[in-house]
Design a binder for this molecule. Structure first.
Ligand code: OGA
Ligand code: MN
Length: 284
């Protein structure tokens, strides 16, 4: 097997290269890639130009895939590949995609363990905006001053779709707003803010899905959440990826937040997304 890894930044990011493209689709490669994703949070495969079938092959070699969001345009691609686009002809619900402009982890407001990893292939690169940023919530937790670690120990966040859509609520036409914001039945999910993984490592569980903190006054809770988010997103712990067509990125959704830099529909930006099921619920 000949795939190679080189670090991008100290705490986050590794670039992958290969001698032969076929080397990427073997069980041995999957084992090495999965370990690297856990160690380095974000893996970048520059201009590898995966087809949907190839992306699904890698996804399935890494672990059981999971469908996070329903597909809209089933006839021209696979059900398990979600098209991230602002084009309403393909995605009649662009609100979810607008919600990706804010730091988040995938799958915190649905009733399953958070997906282990998210995988994105760039089909149409935007010429302006549309980079994706990642920050390591492991490095962010580990780097916190001890006082802050103590202050957040045991706190529980309340997550919802409504919270994640609230920054863009004013952009949803009023006649649809309540229906869109209430998708998922207005369900709320609680997760500890400090996740102690089965490995023993700890990470932060925060982001735009977090509405408030159990037992805390709302203003103090939101200010704390914003402060933790600013801490996690500092340049030391984060990475910005500028997409070229064909780039493929895998990240550890259990140890990172991500967001898209805003882009306009007119750029045509199109990403194909798959997800790998998580095996651990967020635990204190
Ligand atoms: C997502 C997501 C980021 C991006 O699809 O879950 O957050 O840059 N995408 O498109
Ligand atoms: Mn996302």
């Amino acid at each position: 097997m000949a795939i190679h890894f080189s670090n991008i930044k100290e705490f986050i990011g590794t670039r992958v290269s290969w001698d032969d493209r076929a080397d990427l689709f073997t069980p041995e490669a999957a084992t090495a890639i999965r370990a690297k994703v856990e160690e380095r949070t974000v893996l970048v495969f520059p201009e590898v130009d995966l087809t949907d079938d190839e992306q699904l092959k890698i996804t399935e070699l890494l672990g059981p895939k999971v469908r996070l969001t329903g597909k809209f345009n089933v006839q021209d691609n696979n059900e398990d590949v979600y098209q991230v686009t602002l084009d309403e002809k393909i995605n009649p619900q662009p609100e979810y995609v607008l919600g990706t402009f804010f730091w988040h982890m995938d799958g915190l407001s649905v009733d399953m363990p958070p997906p282990f990893a998210t995988l994105l292939s760039c089909r149409i690169a935007p010429d302006k905006g549309g980079e994706t940023e990642f920050c390591s919530t492991y490095a962010a937790y580990e780097g916190l001053p001890d006082d802050d670690k103590q202050a957040i120990e045991g706190l529980v966040g309340v997550h919802s779709v409504r919270a994640s859509l609230s920054p863009i609520a004013d952009a949803i036409p009023e006649k649809h707003r309540e229906r869109v914001m209430g998708i998922g039945g207005g369900m709320e999910r609680e997760h500890p803010i400090v996740w102690t993984h089965e490995s023993g490592r700890k990470s932060l569980v925060i982001g735009t899905t977090t509405d408030r903190i159990v037992g805390m006054e709302v203003p103090a809770a939101r200010a704390l959440l914003i402060r933790l988010q600013e801490w996690a997103a500092q340049p030391n712990f984060s990475l910005r990826h500028k997409w070229k067509k064909g780039d493929f990125v895998i990240w550890d959704n259990t140890g990172a937040m991500h967001r898209a830099i805003p882009y306009d529909k007119s750029t045509g930006r199109m990403m194909h997304r798959t997800s790998i099921a998580g095996t651990e619920a967020v635990a204190a």
